[in-house]
Design a protein around this ligand. Structure first.
Ligand SMILES: Cc1cc2nc3c(=O)[nH]c(=O)nc-3n(C[C@H](O)[C@H](O)[C@H](O)COP(=O)(O)OP(=O)(O)OC[C@H]3O[C@@H](n4cnc5c(N)ncnc54)[C@H](O)[C@@H]3O)c2cc1C
Length: 468
């Protein structure tokens, strides 16, 4: 059994853990740190699949470039030259309504002008200006219906299918859109709040608010964790196949046990999805029991389909299908439109999403059945004269944490636990959001907090030279 002591231990070599490590190295290069990762590769939920000239994703397909922390991370990773962008201003999205793909315009004014909902429903949306904030912890569906009316439910459903693969009757608005809920409380109306905020938004050359771009990398999303991990691996600061089994308090710091090591540190960063984090935190929390023992997860499979360009795929990001449409697939990304190098010349790549919170049973189907069900579904929406010439089913191991009943209380518990346990820092999939930008923002905060604690400790060290 190897014993070691470092300033900072990071549990989890997914995007969150690797981001904390790299931010911290930039801020405080003098600190010793180590990242412990259970699997044999970096990146956790982020993994790209390359085969026969197609490039598909097991997990995340991209992130918006409107997050300063993510831009900083790309620079730190040295990936600025590999970035690929699909601007929202150029690429449109579609929603499946009454069995047809309907284009969703990019600006609120154009959305209102488009004939997607009847006139009475548009007037009802404007009625939002006079609706009182909804008390309690409403579901997304209840909240959208209260503020904007029933007609907008399919659109809200499509949005939360696309982000959480979730169920809007279960997701809680305070958990998934805390910023929008703040606007509602502060301005008495979301529309009024957005109009006020609009004045402060960055504008493009024509004076319109600048729309962000969907961002990935030429070699796929996996390039990000790979580039973050590479220098850590070279310096033996990242250990693969190293599962943390127990964490506990030790003197002024923390002790972490794996099958091979007992490691000690001053600052412990748990950069894990909520559920594995909760299991490891049980002994640390003691009498401070969390309000939930686990979050539900939504699992999805990605079915990558390659077609010759006889396929008439409408130009854009892709489409999403609200539940009421009763379709087999949740939606599809038109991946080679967004990022042209993702299919061989003369071919297109579609990545179709299946399963989600409402249909986990579909993931039990064999690959062949999934491919044929998805193809049948797509053929009703898109002109696909020939069957796919490339197929691959990607089944990610983990799911997407669902921010449902009790989640705000869980976040509150997380804050209290960190206050009660100095040197313990929690981030990762499901804590404060689920998207890549959410993870990177939290990682940035944690790197700063660890740096500040170290600076204070260094000041104190003159008085008290021995730490442990
Ligand atoms: C199917 C899917 C699609 C997604 N699509 C998008 C998208 O398009 N855009 C977007 O912004 N986000 C998307 N996301 C979310 C995004 O991938 C996550 O926000 C992000 O990858 C989470 O990173 P993480 O490091 O917090 O967690 P993870 O990626 O889960 O990493 C945690 C790591 O910890 C390791 N680990 C677990 N337990 C232990 C232990 N005991 N000891 C040591 N190591 C341990 C795991 O092996 C893993 O490597 C998607 C997620 C999924 C699953």
């Amino acid at each position: 059994m190897e014993n070691k002591q470092v300033d900072v231990l990071i549990v989890g070599g997914g995007l969150s853990g690797l981001s904390v490590a790299r931010f911290l190295q930039g801020d405080r290069p003098e600190l010793s740190l180590m990242v412990l990762e259970k699997s044999e590769r970096p990146g956790g939920a982020i993994l790209s699949h390359s085969e026969e000239g197609y490039l598909a994703e097991w997990g995340a397909h991209g992130f918006l470039d409107n997050c300063a922390e993510s831009r900083e991370l790309i620079e730190l990773a040295g990936l600025a030259d590999e970035v690929e962008r699909a601007p929202l201003g150029k690429f449109v999205r579609y929603v499946c309504l009454d069995g047809k793909l309907r284009l969703i315009p990019q600006s609120p004014k154009k959305i209102l002008a488009a004939g997607l909902v009847p006139l009475w429903a548009k007037l009802r949306v404007l009625g939002e200006l006079w609706r009182n904030p909804l008390a309690g912890e409403p579901s997304v569906a209840a909240w959208v219906e209260h503020r904007f009316g029933r007609a907008l439910l399919p659109f809200a459903d499509a949005v939360f299918t696309g982000t959480y693969a979730g169920d809007i009757d279960l997701l809680k608005i305070d958990a998934v859109m805390p910023g929008v809920r703040r606007l509602e409380r502060e301005h008495g109306s979301v529309i009024r709040g957005l109009l006020k905020k609009r004045k402060t938004l960055k504008k493009d050359e024509s004076g319109k608010p600048a729309l962000p771009a969907m961002t990935s990398f030429r070699g796929g999303m996996a390039r990000l964790p790979q580039a973050l991990a590479s220098p850590l691996g070279i310096n033996n600061q990242l250990l693969y196949r190293t599962e943390v089994r127990r964490v506990s308090r030790a003197d002024d710091g923390w002790e972490v046990e794996t099958a091979q090591h007992v490691l000690r540190c001053r600052d412990l960063v748990m950069a894990l999805p909520v559920n594995p984090s909760l299991s490891l935190l049980e002994p640390v929390a003691g009498s401070m029991r969390p309000p939930l023992t686990a979050l539900p997860e939504a699992r999805i499979a990605t079915i990558a389909l390659g077609f010759t360009d006889s396929a008439k795929v409408p130009f854009g990001f892709g489409y999403l299908a609200p539940e009421r449409e009763n379709r087999f697939a949740l939606g599809a990304l038109f991946s080679s439109h967004m990022f042209p190098g993702r299919a061989p010349a003369g071919h297109v790549l579609l990545e179709v999403l299946v399963g989600g919170r409402r249909h986990p049973e579909r993931l039990e189907l064999a690959d062949g059945e999934l491919i044929s069900r998805v193809y049948d579904d797509l053929r009703e929406l898109i002109d696909l004269p020939e069957p796919p010439c490339f197929t691959r089913v990607l089944r990610p191991r983990g799911g997407i944490p669902q921010l449902e009943e009790g989640y705000p209380a869980l976040l509150d518990w997380q804050t209290r636990l960190q206050q009660a346990q100095p040197g313990l820092h929690l981030c990762g999939f499901g804590w404060h959001g689920i998207g890549i930008n959410d993870m990177v923002k939290e990682a940035r905060k944690i790197a700063r907090a660890v740096g500040e604690r170290s600076a204070r400790a260094a000041g104190e060290a003159e008085v008290k030279p021995v730490y442990f």
